[in-house]
Design a protein around this ligand. Sequence first.
Ligand SMILES: O=C(CO)[C@@H](O)[C@H](O)COP(=O)(O)O
Ligand SMILES: [Co+2]
Length: 216
Amino acid sequence: MAIVSPSILSADFGKLGADCRMVLDAGAQMLHYDVMDGHFVPNISFGVPVLKSLHKNLPDAFYDVHLMISHPLQYAEAFIKAGATLYNFHLECEDDIQATIDAVRALGCKVGLTIKPGTEPQALAPYLDQLDLVLVMSVEPGFGGQKFMPSALDKLRWLKAEREARGAHYLLEVDGGVDNATAPQCVEAGADILVAGSAVFGAADPAAAVQHLASL
Ligand SMILES: O=C(CO)[C@@H](O)[C@H](O)COP(=O)(O)O
Ligand SMILES: [Co+2]
């Protein structure tokens, strides 16, 4: 069984709370919250106030916050106070990685690191023993609805083998172009968590889409 983290970037923002409640009721164990700053990626999404409002209305949800921002250290406290359950930032950001991990931990939050398609998983090696989650991007970050890049699969395999070799505990998440065709390959390669935006919110029956992905 896979954990499903629907990317609410593809939800209807006019009824965001209702869309979140629907996927949680369908069995999604997390909400994937894509933060984009228009600098690290060429798009702007939503930030602290929207998370705070969602958390107020759905306080028990797990907020899987994916920071596509250049300076995650600067915003850690604000996002964590707003309700982030997991602070998941990019290895390619401009801040000191260890200092950011330490700050997130000091704020009592789970911590994850994400790699873009051009980054090899071996670059995560100095941090793997400290992480709750590793996210492998299977598209260039910035937009929903892109095509899955199969190069993510070998990265998942390596990270799974490395977790076993080290006795580490991080969960493996994959994000970008995950749908009914690509999700089984991701699970086979070692993904514990499937992020899906358009495959869930673009489906005729989003609840059924969550249930299907969760069954893999
Ligand atoms: O982080 C990102 C994009 O940068 C993702 O979380 C997307 O929002 C996933 O959308 P789909 O590819 O599943 O439509
Ligand atoms: Co994402």
